[in-house]
Design a protein around this ligand. Structure first.
Ligand SMILES: [Zn+2]
Length: 266
């Protein structure tokens, strides 16, 4: 758990693409963001963001994560990360990698994507990310709202995805990103217990605030990056947006629906 006073932030990206409407950033904008992060912050792997050890820097510690497992993460994000020597964690939806038709269809609906716009990482690309020293985690099999799954369904989603990645990489998978990721609505108390029971060691949510001392490793808060200018990214990293996280944690459902209607679609 972080005890040292330095600011710690986890960012959540999805697609990096020049054209897709649902992309988190174009490759050019992503390059600008990563250059800023490298120059002004201390990029660290997600597995290190909770470490109690005081860092040798007073710069904010920042971890980059990518959800869903789009092929463009390998094509557009990886070269930028390597150029700047910045680590990242990729949370893959295993049913998408396996081309499970129901999962592909679900993503097309979820991202309002045109046919062919949802392209998953392949296992070869995932191994390539790992060889490049990136971390690989699970984003479940089919990207359900785990808080609404039965216990058996949730355990199946968590186990099947973990085991498939472990088979392909030949090493343990210890991290998870909750699909949709909002505390309460998508991450129930029971969800967190099941994640721990299956053998994960940490799990990331979506909550707009920095990581605090004493934060639960199964409830790591993250900021979405949504085509943010470097100025907006800086505001999130430095703490100007943390009030949003406070509001997210306590907002009534009717108000949350107005602000993030897409959370309620599936
Ligand atoms: Zn997702």
């Amino acid at each position: 758990m972080p005890r040292h006073g330095v600011r710690r932030v986890v960012l959540c990206y999805h697609s990096i693409d020049p054209l897709k409407p649902f992309a988190s950033a174009s490759p050019a904008l992503f390059e600008e963001q990563v250059a800023w992060l490298k120059a002004r912050c201390q990029p660290v792997p997600l597995s290190a963001i909770l470490e109690a050890r005081a860092p040798e820097t007073d710069r904010p510690l920042v971890s980059l994560t990518f959800d869903d497992g789009y092929a463009d993460n390998h094509e557009h994000a990886l070269p930028v990360l390597l150029r700047h020597g910045v680590p990242a964690t990729f949370f893959v939806t295993v049913g998408l990698v396996e081309r499970d038709p129901s999962v592909v269809k679900r993503f097309q609906a979820l991202r309002a994507a045109a046919p062919g716009e949802i392209r998953s990482l392949t296992w070869e690309q995932i191994r390539g990310l790992r060889r490049a020293n990136m971390e690989i985690g699970s984003h479940t099999w089919s990207h359900p709202n785990l808080a609404r799954c039965s216990r058996t369904e949730a355990l199946g989603e968590l186990r099947r995805s973990k085991e498939a990645i472990e088979d392909h990489l030949g090493e343990p998978v210890t991290s998870l990103a909750y699909p949709f990721g909002k505390p309460g609505r998508h991450v129930a108390e029971e969800t967190v217990r099941l994640v721990e029971q299956v053998g994960y060691r940490f799990a990331a949510m979506v909550l707009f605030r920095g990581v605090r001392p004493g934060d639960d490793p199964f409830r790591i808060p993250r900021f979405f990056v949504t085509r943010d200018s470097v100025e907006t990214l800086e505001a999130k990293v430095r703490g100007a947006w943390d009030l949003v996280g406070l509001w997210q944690a306590g907002a009534p459902q009717w108000a949350a629906k107005i602000v993030s209607p897409r959370d309620f679609e599936l």
